[in-house]
Structures are given as structure tokens and as C-alpha cells.
Design a protein around this ligand. Sequence first.
Ligand SMILES: [Fe+2]
Length: 226
Amino acid sequence: MIDIHSHVLCGVDDGSQSIEESVKMLRAAKEIGFDKIIATPHVMRAGYDKDKLKDAFSAVSAEAKKIGIELFQGYEYNCYALNDDGIEGALKFCTEGTNTILLEFKSTVGFPANWESIVMNLQREGAQIIIAHPERYPQVQTNIERIVRSVELGCRLQLDGLSLEEPGFMNKTRKCAKKLLESGMISYVASDAHSESDYLAFGEIVKKISDPRFFNAGRSDEYSSL
Ligand SMILES: [Fe+2]
């Protein structure tokens, strides 16, 4: 089982802040049944610290190996970073060994006006696109039909498992996550874990969810080479 979205690397974003926390996250992930994790730190603008990321990856990867998890370097690439990187620069942020980009839009704004041309320009250069947590974007929360166009364009959709249990009677993210899962458009359910407690909560959701579509998610083949 592969977790395609995780902030398990320490000291590089708002995820794990120490190697100890990363180890706790890895143990909790293993307990759920993950044996592969794509580490996806946020990339929001150009000029991030590549050396720091490399060091974090080798330290956490070594710990993962001891626990029986294979770690791959990926990124959660924010579409606003394209302003700095351009299409060519963005292609450097494919998941290791693949041509797949985990693309994120700003949660508060959602899809920018030019999102279709962003997607098509990346695809023209050979990238496959997975859209991170569509349930968090306001346009999709208002109307899940808004995400259909991206699927028609060939994008895959990744749901955050934790969105399915987000608290609050009228929680829009939770409602949208459930609708999306029911729609059959979700290709991946991932943890998007930022801490050990996120993995523990994800584990509880995995135990509880009886919807077979949750478990069928992941049928896409972007990561079959990993
Ligand atoms: Fe994330």
C-alpha cells in the first residue's frame, strides 16, 4: 500500500519538525499497512532549500528502511510556484522516477482562472497530473461538477482521507469529500499527514470506512513503477 501524499520529512515545511516525529509517523504509517510513502513537502515558491531537503530525505529514508517502508522523493507543488518556475522548472518537481506531479491549488482560492492552460502546458511537456485534495477548493465544495473538467483533461484526483472525518456539523470539506468518493472520480486516497496524530487518525478512518470505493482508490498506474 502506498501513501502518495505525506509531510513526513522533518524540518522542511509545516509537517514533521524533528527526526523523532518522522519516526513516529513512519511507525504509525506502517501500522496502517503502508510499505511505500511518497514524501511530498510543500513547494510554494522558487528558492527553496534543496540541500536541506536532500539531507532530510536521506535521514528519514534511512529510518524508514529500518521500519520496512520505502520512501520516495516527491513534492506537493503549488501552482503559484509556476510564476517563478515556469513550466520547464515545474517539471523538476515530478515524483522521483515518474513523470507525475502532485499539483496543489491554494485552499482558500481554489482553481486559478488559468488552471486549464497550466494543466495542458504541463501535459504537453509529458507530465501526468494528480490534483491534491480537490475537496478543499471552494469551487468544488459549491459544485463537484467543477472538478469534472480536470478529469476529462486526464488529471487524477487525490482525496485526503482525513477530510472524510473533518469535524463540524456543516463542514464543507467533509461533505465534498464524501460526494467525491461516491462519484468514483477519486484515484487516490492519501494521508496528507503532517504529524503522528494525523496518521493515527487516518488509521482509525481506514478501520471504520466500509465504502469499498475508499479501498479501490489507487487503481491508477502513475506510480506502478515505484
Ligand atoms: Fe499536503
